[in-house]
Design a binder for this molecule. Structure first.
Ligand code: IMP
Length: 439
């Protein structure tokens, strides 16, 4: 049986997926992405090298692995080559033999970036706080059936006529909001030369992945952003514009749902969020200093935009919701060592709204802003855990914290990360994740 596993962040992103995907990638033949674009940012540390990946799957740091940018993605060709060129400079092989771009993926072009700015301006106080990379407008075009897919762009006449129409439409909106309009010819020329360079990387990745699955090759499907940013299941409208959850993996790769045999949730020992939107366990008011401590210890600044991330306590209620939607079969718990400095650690085990305890995660952002988290306080361990590789070498309070989170989420822990490097990892051998890591 082929081995096909999806890896998904359980919270609002930046859970430390990069390191886990990188660890797993060694054991898989193919690493594929299924949604999003260069709004993502993974940092992968290998020895004294660090690689920042936005579009290209984390498998790129391993020799001989094939990386697939799936049909569900939105790809800015300029960003693709900026990233590829940087990785090549760092000694990685970013070649058409190793990196395949789906012919069905949609392109992000300069007018999408311009419209992302305009859209945020128009929203004013209700702005989403997007990465301004053009992600939302590109998905709008896809759903509106005016998008330009990678394969369409290879046909010069089609590319020109779609750019003419789309730039004209975009300019009307941009003008209305006092922005800088775009020149059709310039957009066409720039896109044409980028697409020409992209051509050798373009493939029918749906066919490639299905054939690989039939032949029993293993595939690691790598999520970007995270569960609570899913356009359907997340904290709408403060979400990204794609399906980040496990179901999206099937849509965004063309692999049927029954082919997927495991879903790994990446869960961080605390919570962060970038951009706007409700965040019930955020450390604000009396806890702002604590939030800053976590931000510094956890290096919680965006890999894509450099923005400081908002920090908060672990939200077991939200993570339980994530476990349900994605069907997590195992959990990797990340950044345990960041909490080493705390005397006490709070965990949100439920939400109250208008004096009533909620049974399920609220659909409406306004409700989520008003909920009162119900906390359980656990004692901290005040001991260095950085680099520990055995569960029984952890302080008892840290083990209690891990067990408590696992019981709250309802999923067994397969791995605990105690630092950014590959070796700084505790592996639970007797777990689905332990088995996947054995290959
Ligand atoms: P967009 O994906 O740029 O449209 O942004 C929509 C929302 O998703 C914003 O709140 C972003 O901050 C958030 N977001 C997008 N990509 C990431 C990510 O990789 N990590 C965390 N948040 C993200």
């Amino acid at each position: 049986m082929s081995h096909i596993i999806v890896v998904i962040g359980a919270q609002w992103g930046d859970e430390g997926k990069g390191k886990i995907v990188d660890l797993l990638a060694e054991r898989f033949d193919i690493v594929a992405r299924y949604q999003g674009g260069h709004n993502a940012g993974h940092s992968v540390y290998v020895g004294d090298q660090s690689y920042v990946l936005h579009l290209i799957p984390s498998g790129i740091t391993h020799r001989g692995k094939t990386c697939v940018l799936g049909n569900g993605m939105v790809i800015d060709p300029k960003a693709f080559f900026q990233e590829a060129d940087r990785l090549i400079e760092q000694g990685l092989e970013v070649t058409p033999e190793r990196v395949m771009v789906s012919s069905r993926a949609h392109l992000i072009l300069p007018y999408h970036r311009a419209l992302d700015h305009t859209s945020e301006e128009r929203l004013g106080n209700e702005r989403v706080g997007t990465t301004l990379r053009g992600i939302g407008p590109a998905y709008e075009d896809k759903a509106g059936r005016r998008g330009i897919r990678v394969a369409d762009a290879l046909v010069s006449d089609v590319l020109r006529s779609r750019i003419e129409r789309n730039v004209e439409d975009a300019n009307r909106i941009i003008l209305a909001y006092g922005g800088q309009t775009l020149d059709v010819e310039q957009v066409f020329e720039e896109t044409s030369s980028l697409v020409e360079r992209l051509a050798p990387f373009i493939a029918d990745t749906t066919h490639f992945l299905n054939r690989a699955a039939r032949e029993g090759r293993s595939i690691l499907i790598e999520g970007a952003q995270a569960t609570l940013l899913d356009v359907d299941h997340g904290t709408y409208p403060f979400v990204t514009s794609s399906n980040t959850t496990a179901g999206g993996a099937s849509i965004g790769t063309g692999l049927a749902p029954h082919r997927i045999n495991g879903v790994l949730g990446i869960v961080r020992t605390y919570t962060t969020r970038v951009g706007e939107g409700p965040f019930p366990t955020e450390m604000i008011a009396g806890e702002a200093e604590l939030g800053q401590l976590i931000r510094e210890r956890g290096r919680e600044y965006g890999a894509s935009t450099g923005r400081p991330r908002r920090c908060g306590w672990f939200d077991a209620f939200a993570t339980r919701y994530a476990a349900e939607i994605n069907g997590f079969t195992s959990v990797a718990l990340t950044k345990l060592d960041v909490l080493d400095a705390l005397d006490e650690i709070k965990v949100c085990i439920g939400y109250n709204l208008d004096g009533r305890s909620l049974e399920y995660f609220p659909a409406v952002a306004q409700d989520l802003r008003r909920v009162e988290p119900v906390y359980e306080t656990l004692s901290g361990w005040k001991t260095l855990t950085e680099g520990i590789t055995q569960m029984d070498a952890l302080p008892a309070a840290a083990r209690r914290y891990i067990d408590f989170l696992s019981a709250q989420i309802g999923v067994g822990i397969g791995l605990v990360s105690t630092g950014p490097e590959r070796a700084q990892t505790i592996l639970v051998h007797d777990s689905p994740l332990g088995a996947w890591l054995k290959g």
